[in-house]
Write a protein that binds this ligand. Structure first.
Ligand code: SF4
Ligand code: SF4
Ligand code: SF4
Length: 187
């Protein structure tokens, strides 16, 4: 086995183990929602493929902090040491100092896995849905950080205030039985 294949195989194994643990959050949430009897009820969700990270998800929601949160598609993540969602483009050093981090609230936790891999976890209560990390990961990384309406917070307004102002028409109604548009399942 050449070195590159060996690295990829080990990386896949690490990714699988992490998905079984940390990545279970979104999947478990979606599975729980799928088991809920929902009838014909529809709920709001945003399509991460249309989102341009304009920042309105942070400010337009009737709830403060917003019902929208950053989620992490662990299946897509490269567990990069240099994460374009975590580090500011002009970070002086690649360490955990607040001045080097993109997230203004420190909502992204970084944990060493094995050289050169790091796991990134969103501390949801701290996330304001500003989209800065999503923009960095989308523009320069693999797009595994993205925004979703969290249905444990959203009050399902008849007319979603964010949908009214979203410049890319990313908001749509989806069945309450399948309330998430998980990017890793859409691409
Ligand atoms: S308002 Fe629309 S484009 Fe702006 S961050 Fe939210 S989903 Fe993305
Ligand atoms: S940078 Fe913004 S969207 Fe990303 S985790 Fe922090 S508060 Fe949430
Ligand atoms: S439906 Fe209401 S609570 Fe839910 S994301 Fe839209 S504005 Fe926020």
């Amino acid at each position: 086995m050449n070195e590159k294949v060996g690295q990829v195989t080990r990386r896949n194994a690490v990714a699988w183990l992490l998905r079984a643990g940390a990545g279970a959050g979104v999947a478990a949430f979606a599975a729980l929602a799928a088991r809920r009897p929902a009838g014909d009820r529809m709920v709001w969700q945003l399509d991460p493929r249309k989102c341009i990270q304009c920042g309105r998800c942070e400010t337009a929601c009737v709830l403060q902090p917003s019902a929208v949160k950053c989620v992490h598609g662990y299946v897509m993540c490269g567990y990069c040491k240099l994460c374009f969602g975590y580090f500011k483009p002009d970070a002086a050093r690649l360490d955990e100092a607040a001045e080097n981090q993109t997230c203004p609230t420190g909502a992204i936790r970084r944990q060493f896995v094995e050289d050169p891999y790091f796991e990134y976890h969103i501390d949801e209560p701290l996330c304001t849905a500003c989209g800065l990390c999503v923009k960095g990961c989308t523009n320069f990384g693999n797009g595994s950080l993205y925004l979703q309406v969290r249905h444990d917070r959203c009050v399902n307004c008849n007319t979603c205030r964010i949908a009214e102002t979203c410049p890319s028409q990313a908001f749509t109604r989806v069945p309450a039985s399948q309330p998430y548009l998980l990017k890793e399942k859409l691409v």
